[in-house]
Ligand binder design. Structure first.
Ligand SMILES: C[S@@+](CC[C@H](N)C(=O)[O-])C[C@H]1O[C@@H](n2cnc3c(N)ncnc32)[C@H](O)[C@@H]1O
Length: 239
C-alpha cells in the first residue's frame, strides 16, 4: 500500500485548507487502511439526524467531541482517561488522522469501541448530531485564518456557536486554547456574546491560568513561546 493510494481514496467534501502532506510511512498507511474503515463515521450515518446512542456499540452517559485533533495526542489521552465515555474525534488532515490511528492501534490496552473518527469538516458531524448529546467539545489551537477576508473560515464564529450550543447538554463545556493573542480575543468576544455560553467559573477572566485538569499537547509543550503565550478558555453552556 503506497501513501498515494491511501490518500487518493479520501476526498475533501467541505474543508478549507491542506489535506495531505508528507508521504505516509508503512505503519501509518496500514493503520489508515485497517482502522479508518472500522472507526470512521459514514456518509450514510451523517445523512440524517445522528443519534448519539447509534454512534457507539453501547451508549455512554458522557460524550466528548474533539475538533481538529492534529496528530491526535490530546485525543488519545482523552481516550486513556475516559474509557467509559463516547469519544468522537475529527481531523481532515490525512497525516494527522493516520498518526492518531497508528498510535491508537499500538496501545493494546485501549478499548476502541467507544471511539469514532471523521476525516473532513467537523461541522458536518456537528450539524448531523442530535440536540443536547455532548458533554464537552474541545477545539484546541484552531487555525487562526489571519487574513480578514478569511475570518469567516474560523471554526469558532457565531453560526457555528449556535450549533455547538445546540449539541451540548445544559452544563456542558466548550474548551479551547490558542497561542495567538488576537485569536484568543476573537474566541472570547464571540463566545461570551453568545447567549448560551459563559466563561466557566474556574477559568473566567483569567485565560493565562492553566486549569489543573488540562492535558498538554505539542502546542503547549513545544517551547517557551507556545507555553508562555498559551490562552486557556473554558465556557459553560448555561441554557
Ligand atoms: C493548528 S492545528 C492544531 C491541532 C491540534 N488541535 C493541536 O492543538 O495540536 C488546527 C487543526 O484543525 C484542523 N481543522 C481545521 N479546520 C477544521 C475543520 N473545519 N474541522 C475539523 N478540523 C479542522 C486542521 O487540520 C489542523 O489539524
Amino acid at each position: 500500500m503506497t501513501s498515494e493510494k491511501s490518500s487518493d481514496k479520501y476526498n475533501a467534501k467541505r474543508f478549507y485548507g491542506r489535506r495531505t502532506g508528507k508521504r505516509l510511512n508503512t505503519s501509518r498507511a496500514e493503520a489508515l487502511d485497517t482502522l479508518l474503515p472500522k472507526l470512521c463515521l459514514s456518509d450514510e450515518e451523517l445523512s440524517s439526524t445522528l443519534r448519539i446512542k447509534d454512534v457507539f456499540a453501547k451508549s455512554h452517559d458522557h460524550n466528548i467531541l474533539e475538533i481538529g485533533f492534529g496528530t491526535g495526542e490530546h485525543f488519545l489521552e482523552l481516550a486513556r482517561q475516559n474509557p467509559d465515555s463516547g469519544l468522537i474525534g475529527v481531523e481532515p488532515f490525512i497525516n494527522g488522522m493516520a498518526s492518531f490511528l497508528r498510535d491508537l492501534g499500538e496501545d493494546s490496552a485501549l478499548p476502541q469501541d467507544n471511539i469514532r473518527v471523521y476525516m473532513d469538516d467537523a461541522m458536518l458531524v456537528v450539524e448531523a448530531l442530535e440536540d443536547q448529546c455532548l458533554d464537552k467539545i474541545y477545539i484546541l489551537n484552531p487555525d487562526p485564518w489571519h487574513k480578514a477576508r478569511h475570518h469567516k473560515r474560523r471554526i469558532i464564529k457565531p453560526q457555528n456557536l449556535d450549533q455547538f450550543a445546540r449539541v451540548l447538554k445544559p452544563g456542558g463545556q466548550l474548551v479551547s486554547s490558542t497561542d495567538v493573542p488576537y485569536l484568543a480575543e476573537w474566541i472570547v468576544e464571540h463566545t461570551e456574546a453568545h447567549k448560551a455560553f459563559d466563561w466557566a467559573a474556574g477559568n473566567g477572566d483569567n485565560w493565562k491560568q492553566r486549569p489543573d485538569w488540562w492535558i498538554d499537547n505539542k502546542y503547549a509543550t513545544k517551547g517557551a513561546k507556545g507555553a508562555s503565550e498559551m490562552h486557556y478558555m473554558v465556557f459553560d453552556k448555561t441554557l
